[in-house]
Design a protein around this ligand. Structure first.
Ligand code: HSE
Length: 344
């Protein structure tokens, strides 16, 4: 059984959920998939701890539950302050990066991903900012360095929207994408429909771990726009970035508007659309529209030339859900490594 050595960058809800899966379900991962993940470095916002024998995951989970940094506990391993140096120097096959998205310049996610590639490591990210700004150059750099780059958790949480478009619809020509790509705003709009005020709905979403560190990224439609850019690149072959999306968030959606839509058999949702151009805006849509989902659900309809409309629905945010996407990516990478290495 070959171990897959992992450098984990970021210790928020997503990577912690992943660690919990590793801890609780290692036997199943090994028995079912032959996947034996060994976490050899963990970075949080203060620094990084390295242990090439494997880090005590249970201890990391406990430390983070108490809001402490991994670098306060040298029994975990060697403490470093430079995450980039750790990515470069620690022996590992995969870097998993799930730090908060930066939609201004993608940093430090972009530098972490590039460092991984340049040092022959495969990378998985859930980072929407870096992808929406630099997807093409990052994919090119991965190819140049002969490593794999996966990001299925960046869109749809645990719902395999990217994989559905790329793998299930492969060969077809996707001509439009229309969907609900942000769990937080969909949750808020659904709660407002039930008479709950915006502020309280936002607090509820925060408690459930859906909201970005900067909530305006969700509320102002930027998160949905990033995801639309990612989908338009992978599913439609467009070479677009965030700057090309026309964006309006949900701040102007008041309870009255939602009530009036309800009386017409409709609902208000933040809809992301890619056809000739890309836009995100609140829209009144019929409750029977397959993308008119409730709560944290995301939904996307891909319209393709031959297969017509296909809609995929699932939970669009949450730690465990997104960790499920990272697992998918890890297994893809492992399969790719076996092909490259001629199998185990
Ligand atoms: N803040 C994001 C959302 C998290 O609400 O959809 C998942 O990308």
């Amino acid at each position: 059984m070959v171990e897959l050595r992992i450098i984990l960058v970021g210790c928020g809800v997503v990577n912690l959920a992943l660690l919990k899966i590793f801890l609780k379900h290692r036997e199943r991962l090994i028995a079912r998939f032959g996947l034996n993940p060994q976490v050899v470095a963990v970075a949080d916002s203060k620094g990084v701890v390295v242990n090439e024998e494997g880090i005590d995951i249970a201890k990391v989970i406990k430390i983070k539950k108490n809001n402490r940094s991994v670098i306060e506990f040298n029994e975990l391993g060697k403490i470093h302050h430079d995450v980039i140096k750790a990515i470069e120097s620690v022996d590992a096959e995969v870097v998993i990066e799930a730090i908060p998205s930066n939609i201004n310049d993608g940093e430090p996610s972009v530098t972490y991903i590039k460092s991984a590639f340049k040092h022959g490591k495969h990378a998985i990210t859930t980072n929407k900012g870096s992808l929406a700004l630099f997807m093409s150059p990052l994919l090119e750099l991965a190819r140049y360095n002969d490593v794999m780059f996966k990001f299925s958790g960046a869109v749809g949480g645990g719902t395999p929207m990217i994989d559905f478009a790329k793998k299930c619809l492969v060969g077809d020509d996707i001509i439009s994408i229309r969907g609900i790509l942000n769990g937080t705003t969909n949750y808020i709009l659904t709660q407002m429909q039930k008479g709950i005020r915006f502020d309280r709905a936002l607090q509820n979403a925060k408690r459930r771990g859906y909201v970005e560190v900067d909530p305006s990224i969700d509320i102002d439609g930027l998160d949905a726009a990033c995801k639309l850019v990612i989908l338009a690149n992978v599913a439609m072959g467009k070479k677009v970035t965030l700057a090309q999306v026309k964006i309006r968030g949900i701040r102007e959606v008041h309870e009255e508007l939602i009530k009036e839509a309800g009386a017409r058999g409709s609902t208000i949702r933040l809809v992301a659309t890619a056809r000739d151009d890309l836009r995100v805006a609140p829209e009144e849509i019929c409750v029977n529209d397959p993308i008119a989902v409730d709560g944290v659900l995301n939904a996307v309809t891909f319209t393709s030339r031959y297969a017509g409309d296909q809609t995929i629905i699932g939970r669009g945010a949450g730690g465990t859900e997104t960790a499920s996407a990272i697992l998918r990516d890890l297994l893809d990478i492992r399969a790719g490594m076996q092909i490259l290495g001629g199998g185990e």
